[in-house]
Design a binder for this molecule. Structure first.
Ligand code: PLP
Length: 467
């Protein structure tokens, strides 16, 4: 049963944070550069500038701990969907048999944005900077379609053309997302497509190729280099995207303070490329690094079918399958890894954000993983008790929050748990249907298969003496 008693903590539009939090200067080990695949040396600014809007390139390497959010942009957020609510999950707590205030579960609800996820936080920001630079078209890839719809929406706000390469398996599983993107005037292609050379290569090998985010990135990058008025846009992984998402954690801090909580115990988010998790946790991770929140536990959650952090290696790898884009030092399952077609399409990426990888290596954050059937089961429990059906991606965070709450209950501990409700699942109903009829498959990734993925494909050649 849903329990709505005093469960929503709201902010006024004038309380939208004025700053993003840049974690780079506080990282316990230095940030690694993006490397040019042509020569194995750090990508020169000219190369980055040919790919991304200028302000984003500056933010990617900025060492300023705080970066102001432009006033115009804050106004656009205020007129569209921010600040987002923070909810106390009273209905879920009750269902779990939790009484009183010793254990509290909060979720930051990013599902109320126009496209139903956290993605517009960076999509609007990137389109805003692109418009300022006189860019006419942004091109991108999308998995489940959340990022594609976010960017389509952002571009449409500023009258910029948007082209989206959508991973074929999701294109087929989630036709609704394509229609949503088209409603915002975007052009959408199933990837691999016949619109690029890299797409054609994959289709030649397998006309029914399911696609992967890595392949779609290759297609979008190739497309973006066709003209100087086109730029590429990324929805996750890189530093500036994680930066834009910190508006989420900044708001959450203010909201928790309003109900007297200055020291949450556990922060949770699901991890695809790492952006929604980072957006919530970076302001708290910085406090942890500064000794303000020494004990806060920060947990990123992965699918067992694509556990880049939990089971992958930390090494230099290509960001995309065709090895055209930048080489990144990160946790990876190898750029040639094609994950099983789980419904959490947004979590099917072979790598992980370098920021997340570094924080994990230094034990500032930890990671866990779950099977999709237990994840979807938790999603249904959440829908039943809180009234919002989570995206399959988000349901990974729900599952972890439930596990943590039950653990605290069993040990008679006091815990405040906060997780990022990254998006709703209204376009992902097939996953829930399959669960209800007992037809949802789990995919475990055997160690041999991980080893095979890690050792197949070309290794990037890096010249670290040039760093
Ligand atoms: C895209 C997406 C994710 C995964 O991407 P991150 O960059 O890791 O956040 C998670 N949840 C939802 C709802 C998404 O749309």
């Amino acid at each position: 049963m849903v329990n709505y008693n005093n469960s929503r903590i709201l902010l006024q539009p004038n309380e939208i944070p004025k700053e993003w939090v840049n974690i780079l200067p506080d990282l316990p080990s230095p940030m690694t550069p993006l490397v040019n695949p042509m020569d194995g040396k750090p990508a020169p600014p000219e190369l980055a500038l040919a790919i991304f809007p200028k302000e984003c390139v500056m933010q990617e390497v900025s060492q300023e701990p705080i970066i102001p959010i432009p006033k115009d942009l804050r106004e656009i957020f205020a007129r569209t969907y921010r600040p987002s609510p923070l909810h106390r999950a009273l209905g879920l707590e009750k269902e779990l048999g939790i009484k009183g205030d010793d254990i509290k579960i909060f979720y930051k609800n990013e599902s109320g944005s126009p496209t139903g996820s956290h993605k517009p936080n960076t999509a609007i920001t990137q389109a805003y900077y692109a418009k300022k630079d006189g860019i006419e078209e942004l091109v991108t890839e999308t998995g489940a379609g959340q990022w594609g719809s976010g960017l389509s929406y952002g571009c449409n706000l500023f009258g910029i053309k948007c082209t989206v390469y959508m991973v074929r398996v999701s294109f087929l599983q989630k036709p609704g997302r394509k229609i949503l993107m088209k409603s915002f005037n975007a052009e959408v292609h199933a990837s691999p497509s016949r619109h690029t050379e890299s797409g054609k290569n994959f289709l030649e090998k397998d006309p029914e190729h399911p696609g992967s985010l890595g392949i779609a990135i290759s297609e979008a990058l190739e497309h973006s280099l066709r003209s100087n008025t086109i730029r590429y846009s990324l929805g996750s992984v890189v530093n500036f995207v994680l930066l834009h998402q910190t508006i989420v954690g900044q708001e959450t801090k203010i909201q928790l303070a309003k109900v007297g909580i200055n020291k949450p115990d556990i922060i949770i988010g699901c991890m695809g490329g790492g952006s929604n998790f980072a957006g919530l946790m970076i302001p708290f991770a910085r406090d942890k690094l500064h000794g303000v929140l020494p004990d806060v536990e920060i947990i990123g959650v992965e699918p067992r079918a694509c556990p880049s952090v939990c089971k992958g290696e930390y090494r230099w790898d290509f960001g995309d399958t065709s090895m055209k884009g930048p080489i990144v030092k990160m946790h990876t399952l190898g750029h040639s890894f094609v994950p099983s077609p789980i419904h959490a399409g947004g979590l099917r990426y072979h790598g992980m954000a370098p920021i997340i990888s570094i924080l994990y290596n230094n034990k500032v954050i930890s990671a866990s993983m779950h099977h999709q059937s237990e994840v979807i089961k938790s999603g249904l429990l959440f829908s039943n008790t809180e009234g919002i059906l989570p995206a399959p991606e988000t349901a990974h965070a729900v599952k972890e929050a439930i596990d943590q709450a039950l653990k605290a209950k069993e040990n008679n501990e006091k815990k405040t748990i906060v997780f990022n409700f990254s998006g709703h699942g209204f376009f992902d109903l097939l996953a829930y249907k399959l669960y209800m009829t007992g037809d949802l498959e789990d995919y475990e990734l055997p160690t041999e298969e991980i080893q095979k993925a890690l050792s197949s494909g070309e290794m990037p050649k890096i010249d670290e003496s040039q760093f």
